[in-house]
Design a protein around this ligand. Structure first.
Ligand code: GRF
Length: 191
């Protein structure tokens, strides 16, 4: 199986996936890392591991679909059959989602369906919940939505600050995403 990882930022989840592939936990190849941001640190992580990268600035495109079609060309060249979004800060077009239905995974730092959107950790913290967590799901046409693959709770203690909660959530992400990818790669979880 050939995996593409889509990123826009730091890429700590990309690193966790890379490590799991290197350890043989995920039996697949990361054939491409796609980014809409040329300065994303995730790209440095990919290059350090000699993984091919493809950067495409969305600002140069008049529509989401036109942008996605350029990316699809690159995915097809490499026979990508699983796409893992790892901090990719863009919505995919319905065209893309239909084409890869059941083959796109995302990680979100809350217990979906609550606290969707860009600030899942902060929103949960500010709401004063006692439990939040991490969700890995298949992607459908709605934002942060689609069949849930795995979820893990993280408790919010009175002593937690936003920063300590972020740390706890990210730690769980780096364990959960490789496990969920493994389960999809092995055919144990299907859309
Ligand atoms: C993670 O919190 C992930 O859940 C969210 O974006 C963040 C990406 O972080 N979708 P990183 O770039 O993997 O470090």
């Amino acid at each position: 199986m050939n995996i593409a990882v889509f990123v826009s930022g730091n890429g700590t989840n990309l690193q966790a996936i890379i490590n799991a592939v290197k350890k043989g936990v995920i039996k697949a190849k990361i054939a491409l890392v796609v980014s809409n941001k040329k300065d994303a640190y995730a790209l440095t992580r990919a290059k350090n591991e000699c993984i091919e990268t493809f950067v495409l600035d969305h600002k140069k495109f008049s529509s989401r679909e036109k942008y996605d079609k350029e990316i699809i060309k690159e995915l097809e060249k490499r026979n990508i059959n699983l796409i893992t979004l790892a901090g990719f800060m863009r919505l995919l077009s319905p065209y893309f989602i239909k084409k890869y239905q059941g083959k796109i995974m995302n990680i979100h730092p809350s217990l979906l369906p609550v606290f969707k959107g860009t600030h899942g950790i902060r929103d949960a913290f500010e709401a004063g919940v006692k439990k939040t967590g991490v969700t890995v799901h298949f992607v459908d046409e709605e934002l942060d939505h689609g069949p849930i693959i795995m979820q893990k709770e993280v408790s919010v203690e009175k002593t937690d600050t936003l920063e300590t909660l972020e740390e706890k959530i990210h730690k769980v992400e780096h364990e959960l995403y490789p496990q969920a990818i493994k389960s999809v790669v092995n055919g144990k979880t299907k859309f």
